[in-house]
Write a protein that binds this ligand. Structure first.
Ligand code: SF4
Length: 720
């Protein structure tokens, strides 16, 4: 006979940085064995809803999150390891990886090894990968696709506050007088937060919303003002705001004097940003500019909500600091409803930062370049080969690979052939690399053909661990199902490799709770308050307490703490002086200017219902209904000039893809600026279309953060 049991599991959405809580109903069928014991025979996941108790979403979900269960089939799953395309055992695959690491380290040194990780990994996966490389192999070449997402915001926070510390929380969005959305189409990319803003505006119609974006997007529908600035001109706009506040004596002089440094140098640089000059540089009218500046001055509480339009730029760090400068100058920070608020793209872009998943960081927000931090981590890990200098950031890592300097790469949970700029260079790099290991959930994507070894990984529904969302909230992702086929969790695969490298003692983790506990302990280890990231209060969670962990915002100093909703309420910052730093900004144009040969600007981004390279959302038929294929969106006047109509195909070329154009159908869209196109990032070779958008973007990147310029390429267009 059979028994059916229904359970409810609370977990976290696998997509964007809002980090919504989900409640999933699970039905388990048990058979009674001859000895009268029960054995679980089958499980189904009949339904999913928003978790009404989760602080990020209070039960709300967007269309992507609502259809997560539609993406969960075993069709297209990588269920067993392969070596050079042939099925292999885990033992053989681990043997290959271990031998490859040993021989490369022996012959070329640890700097020839690299890991390329993902904001889709859980914090525990990230932690062990980082520990293995930076403490035991001795290479800091650990970077992640979060480099493409948030690294400019991180670098700007560190310059201004002395730490990668996001000041705000979601509740602030409901309690502000002005929300400025900069380079963010939140209505599509962070829909649950956008709904929160809409609700706040409906409740308090005097609350203002301003959109700053070259395009008219869905986000514009609720905004009081749209500044369609010229692509890349954000820093002029915010230097102009700072200058306006200064010129009109609207500064918070007391806050500047008591809690900040370097205002004079900053305002000296911004003083040329007059209304007339900004209007000219941003290509917007002076009246709209003044209206925006006056909105900001009049609002006693203001949030600057920014995302990829700021970060994915060759001057992304400066742009983010130009925004932060305005908040410091007006004292709009560390208060309810106020602050600069960068929103992460991925579910765990922030968790990766916390454990040091970026090439310039150690674990627990400590810096490789800081001798004291190195000493702390070295002693805590008892690390024999702690790195002494920063490793290669994503773009540089693949460039070094193309030059033959990186001989081994382990790619986990990401598809760089589609997502990195300059696809041709990425393909050449992977072809040149002697050992490419790819941990993947799917059996087909554009990166897997380059893998010498493919390792089957667990997807969202089988993973067990934690993620941190955009408001510093740590949430549990709980496994709904056991691992399918021979899939292993990423942390397990890394620990297996470590053990076979002779590092069993340091990697003897049996459960993610043990990894989390070590990570939490390190965050509090010799932390006298100078380090922002501290979750020492979560150090002693046993397996049961870890499983029951409720969403909590860091820092969490002790075990009685309920977390920290908002930072800098005491106006004390993590810099040496304890004061926030103004950063003087000299605005710069995008690196690839338009020319006679390449006269159009190309912008890239997400569609409402798709995610990244579509390896998951592509499985949900309903999500394809919104947009079924990639188009190049262009203004009717550009279409007329080019002699194309809706649905006609057009070839886009840029300098680095001149021989290999990207051919797409045209969608005529009067919401595009004249002379600028928009293409979605999702479609690629392995999801049917042969579209290679990222190939059109150059390897231009921010000099401080290394974040590539994925919002601005110069292209030519020709009807085909
Ligand atoms: Fe998931 Fe983001 Fe949608 Fe929330 S808003 S359901 S986290 S995709």
């Amino acid at each position: 006979s059979t028994h059916i049991r229904e359970t409810q599991i609370n977990t976290t959405c696998a997509y964007c940085g809002v980090g919504c809580g989900l409640t999933v109903n699970k039905q388990s069928k048990y058979c009674v064995k001859a000895d009268n014991t029960l054995v679980e025979a089958q499980h189904t996941l009949p339904s999913l809803a928003g978790d009404v108790n989760h602080p990020a979403n209070s039960g709300k979900l967007c269309v992507k999150g609502s259809h997560l269960l539609d993406t969960n089939s075993l069709e297209g799953r990588l269920l067993a390891p392969t070596i050079k395309g042939e099925q292999a055992t885990w033992q053989e695959a681990i043997g290959y990886v271990v031998n490859a690491i040993k021989s490369v380290v022996n012959e070329h040194g640890p700097q020839a090894i690299a890991f390329y990780l993902s904001g889709q990994l859980l914090t525990e996966d990230y932690y062990v990968a980082n520990k293995l490389m930076k403490g035991f192999i001795g290479s800091a070449n650990v970077d992640t696709n979060s480099r493409l997402c948030m690294s400019s915001a991180v670098a700007a926070y560190k310059r201004a506050f002395g730490a990668d510390a996001v000041p705000c929380c979601y509740e602030d969005l409901s309690n502000s007088d002005l929300i400025v959305l900069i380079g963010s189409n939140a209505a599509w990319t962070h829909p649950v937060l956008y709904q929160q803003m809409q609700a706040a505006k409906a409740a308090r119609p005097n609350m203002k919303m301003v959109l700053i974006d070259p395009r008219v997007t869905a986000t514009n529908s609720d905004c009081d003002l749209h500044l369609a600035i010229k692509a890349g001109s954000d820093a002029w706009l915010f230097n102009g705001l700072l200058n306006f506040l200064h010129a009109n004596q609207l500064l918070d002089v007391d806050f500047i004097r008591r809690h900040t440094e370097h205002f004079e140098a900053c305002i000296a640089k911004a003083s040329s940003a007059t209304i007339e000059h900004v209007a000219q540089m941003c290509e917007v009218d002076e009246k709209s500019l003044k209206t925006f500046y006056q909105f900001f001055a009049d609002a006693s509480r203001a949030i600057s909500f920014y995302s990829m339009g700021i970060n994915q730029s060759s001057s992304g760090v400066d742009k983010a600091n130009s925004i932060i400068n305005c908040h410091l100058a007006s004292g709009k920070i560390g208060k309810v409803g106020s602050g600069p608020f960068s929103i992460t793209g991925q579910p765990n872009a922030m968790g990766g930062r916390e454990v040091g998943g970026l090439a310039n960081m150690l674990a627990a927000h400590m810096d490789i370049e800081n001798e004291t931090h190195r000493d702390i981590v070295e002693r805590f890990w008892q690390a024999p080969r702690l790195v002494t200098q920063s490793g290669l950031k994503a773009v540089d890592m693949f460039e070094a690979m193309e030059q033959g300097k990186i001989k081994f790469i382990w790619i986990m949970g990401t598809n760089p052939v589609v997502s990195m700029p300059n696809r041709g260079a990425i393909e050449r790099a992977l072809r040149k690399c002697e050992h490419v290991v790819v941990s993947e959930v799917v059996d087909k994507n554009d990166t897997l053909p380059f893998a010498h070894v493919a390792l089957p990984a667990t997807p969202w529904s089988e993973k067990n661990g934690t993620v941190t969302n955009s408001e510093r909230c740590i949430s549990r992702q709980r496994a709904l199902l056991p691992p399918a086929g021979q899939a292993k969790h990423d942390w397990q695969a890394i620990c297996e490799v470590a053990k076979h490298l002779g590092l069993a003692q340091a990697f003897n983790f049996k459960h993610p709770s043990e990894i989390f506990s070590e990570h939490a302990k390190l965050s509090g280890f010799e932390n006298n308050g100078s380090r922002a990231f501290n979750i020492a209060g979560l150090s002693d969670l046993d397996e049961r307490a870890y499983d029951a962990l409720q969403p909590i915002q860091w820092p969490v100093f002790d075990k009685h703490s309920s977390g920290t909703q908002r930072l800098f309420t005491d106006a004390k910052f993590f810099t040496a002086s304890g004061k926030a730093q103004f950063v003087a900004i000299q605005p710069r144009q995008p690196e690839q200017p338009c020319s006679k040969a390449y006269p159009y600007v190309l912008n890239s981004g997400r569609m409402r219902d798709q995610w990244h390279t579509m390896t998951r959302t592509g499985k949900a038929a309903k999500l394809l209904q919104h947009t079924q294929q990639a188009y190049v969106y262009m203004h009717p006047l550009d279409a007329k000039t080019l002699g194309v109509q809706h649905g006609d195909f057009i070839a886009l070329r840029s300098k680095q893809s001149h021989q290999s154009p990207c051919i797409l159908p045209v969608s005529i869209d009067n919401k595009q600026p004249i002379g600028a196109f928009f293409c979605p990032i999702h479609w690629s070779k392995s999801n049917s279309s042969h579209v290679k958008i990222a190939a059109l973007f150059s390897s231009a990147k921010d000099p401080l953060s290394g974040q590539p310029e994925l919002k601005h390429a110069a292209v030519s267009a020709k009807a085909v």
